[in-house]
Design a protein around this ligand. Sequence first.
Ligand code: HEC
Length: 148
Amino acid sequence: MSRLILIFFVLASCAPKASNSENSLAEISDSEVMQFAIPGKALYENYCANCHQSDGEGLGKLIPPLKNADYFKASIPRTVWIMRNGMKGEVKVNGEIYSQDMPGNPQLKPLEIAQISTYLYNIWGMKEGVITSSMVEDFLKNEPEELN
Ligand code: HEC
């Protein structure tokens, strides 16, 4: 009996999450954005979702959210910098302090960072359009003044 209840709760809590992440591309109508966002979603699943989760909600007090996150929304150049170089020390996201380190991704090419950024900034109600690899190259030249 208790086993059945457990199975029920596991299914109930997993099902909505899985369908949300599958539908994230459905928000995008612009075909140029879509060309970046499709590979961007696959790269996000490989390089980011282990921590930030497919639905972008983060993980408890350890990993900050990206979805509806004030810090994430405030600056595309800063996000691009963080993807490549990682992040140390404390950061405040939606009023919560996080203090685990995020490793950098020196292997990610500007085009790949552009694809991930285009994906992330055109879902969850945002519509920032295509973020190109030459924009990414520019953003990577200047370390943001305030990371934390
Ligand atoms: C190993 C886990 C891990 C992976 C993988 C990871 N991050 Fe993070 N990320 C973190 C942690 C932890 C922080 C908070 C860092 C701090 O406190 O200084 C963070 C912070 C951030 C922030 C700033 C805070 C916020 O929530 O707005 C952004 C943006 C971000 N990550 C995006 C990404 C993207 C995009 C990827 C994939 C390229 C990625 N991260 C991969 C763990 C991770």
